[in-house]
Design a protein around this ligand. Structure first.
Ligand SMILES: [Zn+2]
Length: 138
């Protein structure tokens, strides 16, 4: 066990991160994933309820009512999408942690500043590459 531990620590140190640090990050990411998962499940159930109410009420709706319901549904759908994105990102970051690529930018391979990872533990690209990608997307 001791020998194994030493080997793992050595490997971690070579990549600039100790086993303790990796475990700490992993537990943060897992906690985040679990939180997002719970939030997503709740939002999904709410969304489902909203749709059922909508179907049930549709016959008696006037214009204004159905307009506000559409807005409500759009907001619920975009919340679901956001939660799903974040959950996927947390999952992805955990995979990168296993691969040993966590903390390096997916775009330019440079290390992501620790300050950024502290604020966004599931970040997989540096600020520069992220804003580049967003500019391309929009
Ligand atoms: Zn980058």
């Amino acid at each position: 066990m001791l020998v194994n531990g030493a080997v793992i620590t050595g490997k971690g140190a070579a990549k600039g991160r100790t086993t303790e640090e990796i475990e700490q990050i992993r537990s943060i990411l897992r906690g985040r994933f679990d939180d997002l998962n719970a939030e997503y499940e709740t939002a999904l159930a709410e969304n489902h309820k909203l749709r059922l109410v909508e179907i049930g009420d549709a016959a008696g709706d006037d214009q204004a009512d159905s307009g506000s319901k559409t807005a409500e549904r759009d907001a619920a759908t975009s919340l679901l999408r956001t939660l799903l994105d974040r959950r996927t990102q947390a999952e992805h970051a955990m995979q990168r942690l296993d691969d040993g690529t966590y903390g390096n930018c997916e775009g330019c391979s440079n290390p992501i500043p620790v300050e950024r990872l502290e604020v966004f533990p599931s970040a997989t690209s540096c600020v520069h590459c992220k804003s580049n990608r967003e500019r391309r997307a929009s």
